[in-house]
Design a protein around this ligand. Structure first.
Ligand code: MG
Ligand code: MG
Length: 260
């Protein structure tokens, strides 16, 4: 997709519907994520839930990706494969999900803590989620892509964390990946101007150590060069005047996780 595709109000509501289904799917994962469950089981549950809600798992067969979820453990950054690996206490696991419903995509990701995680992991999760929030705050009409990237980068680097450069956020619509690219780094006031009708996925990928990544021979998995932890949070948002309209939500996940 070479040009930004602007969305009508009706189209944005369809993207919201798809995004909320992604959010509900991630909450289904939140219900079962615990030591002992395999990441392949999470994938199966997600696929069943998505199809049961009249939608299609967007990642399955996307450019040949063989699963419905990207599940990236610990030092994996993004695009990890579900497998027979059993989650264990102390793992962090990024679950990235997309659906297609009514011909529109929704895209969101959340990094879960499995059982008790290290202080380093907790900080990484908290800061990465904060980075997403800061990026969203800048994703308003009249600002530029660089304002979003700067906000994310500044948040991460002020905590001594590394910002992944090789992978970026993106426009979302009838395609999973549209213009513009939404980097997690940048200069204030630079890049494309954000305008109403644009829908973008903002997705900080933040490393506990160095920013560098390596690409696996499986053609998909990306992990940190120094084998330190990486986290990833993502929302699909519509650009508006004054404040972004966040089309996906972590509320369903948090309802599950905060349950005593
Ligand atoms: Mg995603
Ligand atoms: Mg995305």
């Amino acid at each position: 997709m070479s040009k930004v595709i602007f969305k009508t109000a009706e189209e944005i509501e369809l993207i919201r519907e798809s995004s909320l289904l992604v959010s509900k799917t991630l909450a289904e994962i939140a219900k079962v994520i615990a030591p002992g469950i395999t990441t392949l089981k999470l994938n199966t549950l997600a696929e069943e839930f998505i199809r049961g809600n009249g939608a299609i798992p967007a990642f399955l067969n996307y450019n040949g990706f063989p699963f419905s979820l990207c599940i990236s453990l610990n030092d994996q950054v993004v695009h990890g494969f579900p497998s027979n690996y059993e989650l264990k206490d102390g793992d962090i696991v990024s679950v990235d999900c997309g659906v297609i419903k009514n011909d529109f995509f929704g895209d969101s990701a959340y990094t879960f803590a499995v059982g008790e995680v290290s202080a380093e992991a907790k900080k990484l999760l908290d800061v990465t989620q904060e980075c997403l929030k800061r990026g969203i705050e800048k994703a308003v009409s009249g600002n530029r892509i660089g304002d979003v990237g700067y906000a994310v980068q500044d948040c991460a680097e002020s905590h001594g964390l590394g910002v992944v450069r090789e992978l970026v956020g993106h426009g979302v619509g009838r395609n999973l990946h549209e213009k513009p690219e939404v980097p997690n780094y940048g200069r204030r006031g630079s890049g494309m101007k954000l305008l109403e009708g644009m829908v973008i996925a903002i997705e900080p990928m933040i490393n506990a150590g160095r920013a560098g990544v390596k690409f696996w021979n499986d053609g998909w998995t990306v992990s940190t060069v120094d084998a330190k932890l990486s986290a990833h949070f993502e929302h699909t948002v519509a650009i508006r005047k004054g404040q972004a309209d966040v089309l996906s939500t972590f509320d369903y996940i948090e309802e599950v996780l905060n349950k005593v």
